[in-house]
Design a protein around this ligand. Sequence first.
Ligand code: HEM
Length: 386
Amino acid sequence: MTSLVFDPFSAAFVEDPYDVYRRMRDEAPVYHNAKHGFYALSRFEDVQSAARDWQTFMTEPGVELDDWGNLLRVNSFLNLDPPRHDELRNVVRRHFSPVATRELAARVRETAGDLLRAVLRGGGGDLAQEFAWPLPVRVSASLLGLPRGDDSLLNQLLRTLVQREPGRVELPEASFEAARELRAYFERSAKTRRRDPNKDVLDTLVVAEAEGRITMGELVDLCCLLFIAAIDTVASIILNSLVQLERHPEQRQWLAEHPSGIATAVEELLRFEPPAQYLARTTKREVSMHGTTIPASSRVLLVFAAANRDERRFSDPDRLDIRREPRRSLAFGDGIKFCLGAPLARLEAAIALELVLDSMPTYRIMELRRSAAGPVRGIDRLLVLS
Ligand code: HEM
């Protein structure tokens, strides 16, 4: 048997990580990668417990394995522990509640409909470029209060920012350049904004800054987090879902005929192909698990995607079953860092799938190009015929 290697930066891993995950769960539930200097947890129970135990598995200095954290999100609450984590999350949380999110449904539907009509006029197209990326860009930009005219700039900056080169841990210089530009853009937007606390997220942040609850640096970090966390993840769930449904034509047909099943299907697709495959923690103290001792100050990956395929938790986990009785997966993490945008992500994914299945129920995928390695299992290009 070949030796078990979990190298999240390798091109082979990007193509199909699930076999490696299965071997980690069975053969090395506390996997150690000496080359990149991290441990990895892969069983559902272990990942869930660690995600909930923020006192032992700290977020600081950041949840990324590579130097993405240095790129622009050092002070956002994604990369902080309590008490500052909770204070910053509280500044914006009301904008992302299930009730606030439901009010966005009409806007999401309209945006998705417009984008899809343009694709259909050509008999098909690149659903990554023309649909799944621009949809969350517009939805999140409008939530933040940014003008529609800036969408293509924001889309382009974001796509450059998340670029990685296969096999390389270091981020390309273009990513840093895009990060600097995005920060400058958010700072400009905040400074030219009049204060109006009840409108959009940027208003809320401008008021919080004026009242001294956050600094201008934190305001920019928050804009970056709320924008970036909401784009490649949402694009990923939409695109990976479309790929999986094409590979399971009977389930696709059933779903096209039963749109009321979409919410349940989205939960299963999130379990099966979770966009955020893994994120990092740092141990505050020495931890012993499954006979392995993890020293204090070690980097530990919580491999959400491996946990979601754990047969100790889900029966027949490698089978996609969009009618599966939903059982909580770890697609959105757990504990105090549970994804703030989960209701929004579910809404966008459900509407996107519903519209695609309604307008092109038997679409065919002609080309699929995955994004280079990173924690998000992304797709750069998905060429379909309707
Ligand atoms: C399908 C889409 C999405 C997936 C799979 C996803 C996944 C996740 C996961 C796994 C975490 C936990 C991070 C950790 O434990 O370190 C997280 C946190 C977060 N997500 Fe999402 N996310 C998605 C969409 C969104 C959207 C639309 C937003 C909108 C703003 C968002 C905002 C955030 C924020 C702010 C955090 C940090 C929470 C904290 O540290 O308290 N996400 N997300």
